[in-house]
Design a protein around this ligand. Sequence first.
Ligand SMILES: Cc1cc2nc3c(=O)[nH]c(=O)nc-3n(C[C@H](O)[C@H](O)[C@H](O)COP(=O)(O)O)c2cc1C
Length: 355
Amino acid sequence: MNFWQKLKQEKNRPLIVLAPMADVTDFAFRAMFAKYGKSDVFWTEFVSADGMVMAPNNNPDERGMTGQNKIFADLKFDESQRPIVAQIFGSRLDNVEKAAQICAELGFDGIDINMGCPDRSIEKQKCGAAMMKNPDLAIEVIRAVKKGIENAEKNGFKKIPVSVKTRLGYNKDELEEWLPKLLAEKLAVITVHARTRKEMSLVPARWERVKRAVEIRNEMQADLPVGERTLIFGNGDVESVSDGLEKCRENGSDGAMVGRGIFGNPWFFKGLEKIDAGESKNLNTEISLQEKLLALIEHAELFEKYIGHKNFAVMKKHFKAYVEGFDGAKELRTKLMEAEKAGDVRETIEVWLKR
Ligand SMILES: Cc1cc2nc3c(=O)[nH]c(=O)nc-3n(C[C@H](O)[C@H](O)[C@H](O)COP(=O)(O)O)c2cc1C
């Protein structure tokens, strides 16, 4: 049984997970969730398979841990962030295979393949959402990942499950044709972002299509024991843990993935702890303004400590989400935007709190 199935059995409820988001769900932000309210599973930001293979210092001693190498710095995690899945994109099969082997040897619990990213620079590499236009290549990529994992297994590393994150289709909803192709590969999980590539994230997610995805899975994998079926996760517009659970119950999905709903809210997943402790009401956590601002300081300090390979401007993207909805928020934000390092964030907030 793979870790997904074990977790599903252990929790006995839909899984609610933090989405991979480039320049957002990095080591520092994941550390905040690990402390304040843990996602059932973590994902890394997406990383390029080509980049991993061609990266300098690509030897086992230096992979991931030195922080000198940007790609491997993006793949850094610690034990508090498990289970953690590495998300990769790539279309060069030799590199995809090697990258998957490296991920398995780095100790990730699973590998996810990005087949939904609408970014032109990713699509130009035939990756992300472009995979939906080239299903034959997509299938070869899945098989290359599996081969890479087998190579790692031969070197004594554990066999890890493969998942795919995708959309309903490219220009139009092609779920009926696209999903069966993925299901035939017996993936551990397929996350369906319930919008097409064309829709980006500009229209409401169509969760009724997640329901249809579950039906297609049930039809196609009816003969498989439940523990071997592909789990279907829905993604799009989840606003809280209760909302995610509700959407899963309405649509029969095995889990829900949360993207933008978590911005500025490291307590987002705290409701899961409450549910697992037997509480069913008050799943949301009330956070005071002071707690929120102190969390921003902590987040900025973790960013500075662990994300040294990125400009501090990346951290500033979080400011708006933490600092909004109260009198004086705009002024405080304007002041914070002048910060060049975590110490400046601390100083500005401490002065503000003492006013
Ligand atoms: C800033 C940002 C970065 C993202 N980066 C990734 C990524 O690296 N990999 C991925 O599969 N999806 C990525 N996504 C898409 C999200 O994982 C998710 O599918 C999307 O935001 C829809 O979910 P939501 O409506 O809950 O936000 C990104 C989204 C945002 C907003």
